[in-house]
Design a protein around this ligand. Structure first.
Ligand code: CP
Length: 306
């Protein structure tokens, strides 16, 4: 039995296979409509979510399966003090696979150690968000045609943004990847990622504060929101929240085929005037999230569709 805690849990070959499967699902959804008949997905979300929870649920429903779960800690027995370990032992009696989001880093890993069903980390604190990364990889591969030979700008809250941490881990395994890390000093990528991931793997990167200084070089611009829920005080959040606003004027500095991605939700960091730009791919990205989660459910449940 396999779980998914980090994008590194899959080898590059396994990721290629998963992305091909997602691609086939996109183009031949009817082939997969009954692949999970009789199977149940539990979504255990201790933190708010729109895309991740609902795209997991849509994915299982598209595969013919059923869904159950909770969407906040308050509506589960966590509010009465139940541990994640006990909860997953019980969920294992009710469902075939579980997607779990939790504000504490490592909570889905603890759950996986007590579980008798596959557990998927659907976001743990500021740590990792592997299924967002699978979504990002599928989006880049589908729209660019390749995952190597890219200059990727990561912009915004690079300190608390778990999607950024997972994406860096995943992309360094592809050839000729270069990062431009665009953030204010207070929201820089954590030093362990700079030192143990980028430097140790000889991945070229530069850090800049002004988005305008990076735009012309980028193949992908990955925008992120400032993670209000991870700040210790409101004052710091208010000071940082509008540090970057991508607008038409900044888009004019970019290559004609640069893609703008964002894991969403967006707050103010991308002006709505950018939404109609053909390079804005963030809503397509949310759609790719359903295909890749369908592929992930099939893979972890070891369901083969001929
Ligand atoms: N991208 C993402 O994780 O969105 P949600 O928080 O809405 O799930």
């Amino acid at each position: 039995m396999r779980h998914l805690m980090s994008p590194m849990d899959f080898s590059v070959e396994e990721l290629d296979k998963l992305l091909s499967l997602a691609n086939d699902i996109e183009h031949h959804p009817e082939k997969y409509a009954h692949a999970c008949d009789g199977k149940k997905l539990a979504t255990c979300f201790y933190e708010p979510s729109t895309r991740t929870r609902l795209s997991f649920e849509a994915a299982m429903l598209n595969l013919g399966g059923s869904i159950l779960g909770f969407s906040s800690a308050d509506s589960s027995s966590a509010a009465k003090g139940e541990s994640v370990s006990d909860t997953i032992r019980v969920i294992s009696c009710y469902a075939d696979i579980c997607a779990m989001r939790h504000p504490k880093e490592g909570a889905p890993l603890v759950a996986s150690q007590k579980s008798t069903i596959p557990v998927i980390n659907a976001g743990d604190g500021g740590h990792q968000h592997p299924t967002q990364t699978l979504t990002d990889l599928l989006t880049i591969h589908s729209l660019k045609g390749h995952l190597g030979d890219l200059t990727i700008g990561l912009c915004g809250d690079l300190k608390f943004g778990r999607t950024v941490h997972s994406l860096i881990h995943a992309l360094i395994r592809y050839p000729n990847i270069r990062f431009v890390l665009i953030s204010p000093e207070e929201l820089r990528v954590p030093s362990y990622i700079r030192e143990e991931v980028l430097t140790q793997h000889n991945i070229p990167y530069q850090e800049v504060e002004r988005l305008e200084d990076a735009m012309a070089d980028l193949d992908i611009l990955y925008m992120t929101r400032v993670q209000k829920e991870r700040f210790f005080n409101e004052e710091d959040y208010v000071r940082m929240k509008d540090f970057y606003i991508l607008d038409k004027a900044k888009m004019a500095l970019a290559k004609e085929d640069m893609l703008v991605l964002h894991p969403l939700p967006r707050v103010n960091e991308i002006s709505v005037e950018v939404d109609d730009d053909p390079r804005a791919a963030y809503f397509k990205q949310a759609q790719y999230g359903v295909y890749v989660r369908m592929a992930l459910i099939l893979t972890l449940l070891e369901v083969e569709v001929c």
